[in-house]
Design a protein around this ligand. Structure first.
Ligand SMILES: [Zn+2]
Length: 430
């Protein structure tokens, strides 16, 4: 990594807030921007703008530890994330959150972790840990915890569950934002959820739902990730609500993180004819303002977090800087790997064919119909269907003709009976 104390970068500076682009020279000293100077001289044919921010991503879904996630993300011009560590918290509790924070500090990248609000995610889950309102409050008191993470328990909010309300109140007391997670919530229910002091949502899958929530003052994080993709449905919101839209991936598998990140969403949005400044507001500015992130916005005296791109159509990233450190150059990361210890507490046995067969009497059925989960590509929401099951030797079995496959949830922490049911639309034949 290049750590010069004082240097300058010149190019066409993109002033997103004032919707202007002008030739300029940016001076960096000791990790901060000391001066920005307009120039009449020739500058290199490149654009300087603030870095991209993924406004809601579970680093764990990249299957990488934070330091390795950072090494890849900076290649695409990402300088920071708003990250809910609830996946690792579900497994390792507070020790998992500590691990993410400590490992993330070892690299020049601005992870902003939240306090997980729903560990375990539901009461039906056998999790490795529980984080109650007292533990959430303790987490929120820490300066490195920026907000209360996605409040998935929206029935708990609407019914004013005391534990849920204590967690939200703690965040409000500390003036830290509360993230929402309320797929499909509309009308009065959405209004009540928002009035409880929940200020973002990344789960909208129709524009009508998003507009409903925007009307009540919520900010909409447009999600395009590996598990759920809502970009096409929601992207036109950016031009109508440029101060209230952000971008996120939520879940980003490693193959897709290698291919691109928020830079790709910007390119796709601009290709659709959206205003480039509005798009960059959502990608770079709005997350910093909403979460009050310690990430620079290319103003004098800001931390020197910025990127240099070839153009404002493909957003090919030439250089990425975090705190004045050159962390990526022309597709190559300059952040070295750092060693990490393993903190998992898994204890499970291999899955056998026996484990995934269901005895006839152990599964609900009527007239040969069995309950089946209907999955949709690119969505997290599912349907419940009743379909004709396939019986073999007095057991319900996988039916590749109808594409009704068994799916199993195993206990990761100790040997226990697994839960098996059926799911539609995976298409596996062998
Ligand atoms: Zn999430």
């Amino acid at each position: 990594m290049s750590t010069q104390h004082s240097f300058q970068v010149s190019g066409k500076l993109v002033d997103i807030r004032n919707k202007k682009i002008y030739p300029a020279c940016v001076w960096i000293e000791n990790g901060y921007i000391s001066r920005i100077e307009k120039t009449d001289e020739m500058v290199p044919d490149q654009f300087i703008l603030p870095g991209f921010i993924d406004s809601h991503v579970h680093i764990e879904s990249s299957m990488l530890i934070p330091s390795e996630f950072a090494r890849l993300a900076v290649i695409h011009g990402t300088v920071g994330t708003v990250s809910d560590p609830h996946e690792i918290a579900n497994v390792c509790g507070i020790a998992g959150v500590d691990f993410m924070i400590e490992n993330g500090k070892k690299v020049p990248f601005k992870f902003n972790f939240g306090a997980p609000s729903c560990v375990p995610a539901t009461r039906f889950e056998t999790a490795g840990a529980m984080i109650d309102s007292t533990a959430v409050t303790t987490l929120l008191e820490r300066p490195e915890i920026a907000y209360l993470s996605e409040m998935m328990n929206f029935p708990g909010v609407l019914n004013q569950d005391p534990e849920v309300m204590k967690k939200i109140a703690a965040a409000h007391r500390m003036r830290k934002p509360v993230d929402g997670h309320a797929p499909g919530l509309r009308g009065d229910a959405a209004k009540a959820y928002i009035e409880a002091g929940i200020s973002t949502d990344h789960e909208c899958f129709t524009i009508e739902e998003a507009i409903d929530k925007l009307q009540h003052g919520m900010k909409i994080i447009i999600r395009e990730g590996s598990a759920a993709r809502n970009f096409e449905a929601l992207i036109e919101l950016v031009d109508d609500h440029p101060n209230h839209t952000l971008f996120c991936s939520d879940d980003k598998h490693p193959d897709s993180l290698v291919a691109g990140h928020i830079n790709d969403l910007c390119a796709r949005a601009v290709a659709k004819g959206l205003d480039v400044f509005n798009v960059l507001k959502a990608a770079c500015i709005n997350p910093v303002l909403h979460y009050r992130l310690p990430i620079g916005l290319l103003n004098e005296h800001d931390p020197a977090d910025f990127i240099v791109v070839k153009d404002l159509t493909h957003f090919k990233v030439l250089e990425t800087y975090v705190d004045g450190i050159l962390v990526a150059k022309e597709g190559k990361t300059l952040i070295p790997s750092v060693p990490a210890t393993t903190i998992n507490q898994f204890d499970c046995a291999p899955v056998t064919v026996q484990d995934v067969s269901i005895q006839k009497d152990d599964y609900p059925s009527q007239h040969g119909l069995i309950p089946v989960i209907e999955a949709f590509d690119g969505q997290l929401i599912t349907n419940k269907l009743e379909l004709t099951g396939k019986l073999l030797n007095n057991a319900w079995v996988t039916d590749t003709v109808q594409d009704i496959l068994t799916i199993e949830v195993g206990n990761l922490y100790h040997q226990a009976t697994d839960t098996t049911c059926f799911i539609l639309h995976f298409g596996f034949k062998h």
